[in-house]
Design a protein around this ligand. Structure first.
Ligand code: UDP
Ligand code: MG
Length: 315
């Protein structure tokens, strides 16, 4: 009997010509034993290399492949969203194209999903092939965001996960433009559980991340998920106002007791610099949030699909 349940596998990719065929081979082998219909959904996030052509060729051999070609590079978060919008599966898996996420885990994820979990995410125990600095900064980021945000974002968890239809439908209703997916995955709730694996280094090609992008990602993640930094500005305001008051009092008393010799340039310049710093920082924080409002208020669509490739006639 043909299985009736559908499993969608979403693979967002950007310039992955070195790995994309191997990715398809590994995924195809990994899901062979799963007793479900399979839909393999590649989302081309504006690749400038031959990845798309390679995939179109692969599609002739494997009818389960479907390709969504976005109009430009929108970033992985948005590419995943496009995939989630199009996927029809009863269960949906998101996986990287560079084979850092082992597709062999999908079988296990499906088993756990069948026991009633809506989200099965993969938690990495080791991060091979990543520098100490990257690991340390990642740690710091999770510590920070979990300290100040109300929704626990699990550490060492990437986007590699399985979600039930119900969880995907929930996520698809969240249309904010600054999509901090790790936060959104946590925010939707539903019964979630982890399976552990050790993360391999990239098979080939190079990461699309650099420290500039990661910093931007961290700031956006925090500012789109918590208002705590705004409060920080308020606290700093209180604290410095109190400090200024105490200092003022000190100088008044000092002047009354000892008279006023023209002195105190170091104090003056220190205080001025300190307050300018606090003010600029606070304005910067405000700016982040106003920026979010600016982007949201334009109500732009999240992405555009240039073309959909599918070997099947019905979709
Ligand atoms: N990716 C994407 N759009 C981008 C950048 C990356 O779709 O703008 C894809 C990339 O092809 C890969 C996945 O997202 O399949 C993870 O990217 P990468 O390996 O660069 O990130 P890392 O594993 O270093 O976190
Ligand atoms: Mg990678």
């Amino acid at each position: 009997m043909k299985p009736t349940e559908l499993l969608s596998i979403i693979i967002p990719f950007h310039n992955e010509q070195e790995v994309i065929s191997e990715c398809q081979r590994r995924i195809s082998a990994a899901v062979a034993a799963i007793d479900m219909q399979i839909e393999i959904l590649y989302v081309n996030d504006g690749s400038k290399d031959d990845s798309l052509d390679i995939l179109i060729a692969l599609m002739q051999q494997d009818k389960r492949i479907k390709i969504i070609d976005l109009s430009r590079n929108f970033g992985k978060e948005t590419a995943m969203t496009a995939g989630l919008d199009v996927a029809k599966g009863d269960a949906v898996v998101i996986i990287d194209a560079d084979l850092q996420d082992p597709p062999e885990l999908i079988t296990e994820m499906v088993k756990i999903w069948r026991t009633g979990f809506d989200v099965v995410y993969a938690k990495r125990t080791k991060r091979k092939g990543e520098s100490l600095v990257k690991k340390a900064t990642a740690r710091l980021f999770y510590k920070l965001i979990n300290k100040i945000s109300d929704h626990e974002i699990p550490e060492n968890v990437g986007d590699f996960r399985l979600m039930s239809r119900q969880a995907v439908d929930a996520l698809n209703q969240v249309r904010e433009r600054k999509r901090f997916m790790k936060g959104l995955f946590a925010w939707i709730g539903f019964p979630q559980t982890a399976i552990e694996y050790s993360r391999d280094p990239r098979l080939a090609g190079k990461t699309n991340w650099n420290y500039r992008k990661l910093t931007k990602f961290a700031i956006e993640g925090i500012s789109s998920f918590t208002q705590e930094p705004l409060r920080l500005a308020t606290y700093m305001g209180f604290l410095t106002a109190f400090g200024a008051f105490a200092l003022g009092l000190f100088y008044i008393i000092k002047t009354l007791m000892f008279g006023d010799a023209i002195q105190g340039f170091p104090t003056l310049i220190t205080v001025i610099l300190f307050f300018s710093g606090v003010q600029l920082l606070s304005i910067g924080i405000l700016g982040e949030y106003i920026g979010h409002m600016f982007i949201e208020s334009k109500q732009r669509p999240l992405y555009f699909i240039k073309k959909t490739y599918s070997a099947k006639a019905d979709d």
